[in-house]
Design a protein around this ligand. Structure first.
Ligand code: BG6
Length: 492
């Protein structure tokens, strides 16, 4: 029997994340039988809602999913709303009474999952109260799932970490990076460690450079308030991009278990080169999108968005170079980039292999040069991978041309692949922390990001906005690679 038994307490139960991601993901777990009779959810937030109103919110959040009304109603009946001020100790007493009652009613074996899905300012306070007000149970499991942003820089992240570690042990803490829940991000390990022809070439003798692109077509939309305090470096590079780079760079783990994988991730991050200020200035490019007219419609620039300062210097684009200084990777740059309002939503990794020592096919023009061998891992919107190899051009004479061996999941298979949050919630229910981030990983990626942030803060950009909505970012991002004699493989 696959049924999981637990009480979820969601801090931020009225929020956007809960509605867009958590409720639909819990429902999918319910449809698949992972959640059945023995689960309950307490949603908390400040506003006073009734359970009926809350059920409606949960029901509405499922409107895109295929389900019968009875199924949705049965699922929603497991949800309870508790108006809660996270700074008020007495409110935790009320919360505990409800939790205890539900524990008995649904026979939850004192298993509890606390989900922090609200403003990060309160993460520390909540963790503290969960312990001091004795919400943590003695006989079941207690697991804390914590959303990003995990700090604003190294110091604030460390402070937050100390606050939550005062109530929870490291193995009870599940720090979310939802990219680690994506099918094709997990597939990086399968491709690397399941294929001799890949893993045997996976080093600086055969790989020239690795490119990680997380490009988004949307602007900051309604999240400008938060975004103004973050920027692309904190929003995407310190976490998602660094995690992908880590999975690409780590050594093969002894076994495919959470602890062995974690050890390797931490170890390789230890070799991540922390730039000097001078290097950071050279190795990183920032950008901000300006307005544009696309198909007759005007798209506003970042500075025009609501809640954004009209002279904001927050970056909506970053491109940069990461380097792992170890035996396997010395000399191989990892070029990374991400941005809002770019040409396309595309998440992918391009692994560019070194050229052969010579082209024996008598290249006479540039066109006849051997193309680069490239392994592409497509994460989104399609899932799959491609391998670019050179083959003979049809016809007389002997010229080569690149051909793409492509594997994409069929739409049907993609439909079966669980959404990142669904996967991660089930992992947390199972006590499997493989796809969550350890403090030792975050501390290193914050140190890395801090240097760049510091250099940027000291030198306000003078050219913002510097890229058009719908383009692939500022020209300087191309120059970053051109300087090294390289170019971005993905150039829509
Ligand atoms: C989030 C960022 O972590 O990831 C957002 O805060 C970004 O700014 C989002 O849009 C992208 O995630 P996905 O899964 O849509 O690629």
């Amino acid at each position: 029997q696959n049924e999981k038994v637990a009480l979820f307490i969601i801090f931020g139960g009225s929020g956007d994340l809960a509605r867009r991601k958590l409720y639909p993901s819990l429902f999918r777990l319910y449809q698949k039988g992972y959640l059945d009779q023995h689960f309950a959810v307490i949603g908390t937030a400040r506003r006073p809602w009734t359970d009926d109103y809350y059920h409606q919110i949960v029901t509405d959040s499922l409107s895109d999913l295929q389900a019968t009304d009875e199924q949705v109603a049965a699922f929603a009946s497991h949800f309870y709303y508790q108006s809660h001020d996270v700074t008020n100790s007495e409110h935790y007493v009320v919360l505990e009474n409800l939790a205890k009652k539900l524990d008995q009613q649904y026979e939850l074996q004192s298993n509890r999952l606390y989900y922090m899905a609200m403003s990060p300012n309160f993460f520390g306070t909540i963790a503290k109260h969960l312990k001091s007000e004795q919400i943590l149970t003695a006989d079941g499991f207690n697991r804390l799932i914590i959303e990003k942003p995990f700090g604003h820089d190294y110091n604030s992240a460390e402070e937050l970490n100390e606050q939550i570690r005062a109530s929870f042990a490291e193995d009870q803490i599940y720090r979310i990076d939802h990219y680690l829940g994506k099918e094709m991000v997990q597939n990086i390990s399968a491709i690397r460690f399941g294929n001799n022809i890949i893993e045997s070439l996976w080093n600086n003798r055969y790989i020239d450079n690795i490119q990680i692109t997380l490009s988004e077509a949307l602007g900051v939309e309604e999240r400008a308030g938060y975004y103004e305090t973050a920027g692309a470096m904190r929003d995407m590079v310190q976490n998602h991009i660094s995690q992908i780079a880590t999975l690409l760079a780590m050594e093969p783990p002894v076994s495919f278990s959470a602890t062995d994988i974690r050890d390797e991730k931490i170890k390789v991050l230890h070799s991540l080169h922390i730039d000097t200020p001078e290097e950071a200035r050279r190795n990183f490019v920032r950008g901000q999108y300006g307005p544009a007219t696309v198909d007759g419609a005007r798209l506003e620039g970042y500075r025009e968005a609501e809640q954004v300062a009209s002279d904001s210097n927050v970056e909506t684009y970053v491109a940069g170079k990461m380097e792992f200084e170890n035996y396997r990777w010395a000399g191989v740059p990892f070029y990374v980039r991400t941005g809002k309002r770019l040409a396309k939503k595309a998440t992918r990794v391009d692994v560019v292999f070194k050229q052969l020592p010579m082209n024996i096919f008598n290249a006479v023009s540039d066109e006849d040069k051997l193309g680069d061998n490239v392994l592409t891992i497509y994460v989104e919107p399609t899932e799959g991978f491609g391998l670019r190899v050179n083959a003979k051009k049809l016809g007389q004479g002997f010229a080569t041309r690149p051909v793409d061996l492509d594997f994409r999941h069929s739409a049907a298979a993609a439909g079966n692949s669980p959404e990142a949050y669904e996967r991660l919630l089930l992992d947390a229910l199972n006590g499997d922390s493989t796809n969550f981030t350890h403090w030792n990983e975050l501390s290193q990626t914050w140190k890395f990001a801090d240097v760049v942030e510091k250099v940027w803060a000291e030198n306000e950009p003078t050219d913002f906005p510097n890229y058009r909505s719908g383009s692939m970012g500022p020209a300087a991002a191309n120059e970053l690679l051109a300087r090294d004699g390289r170019h971005w493989i993905f150039d829509p």
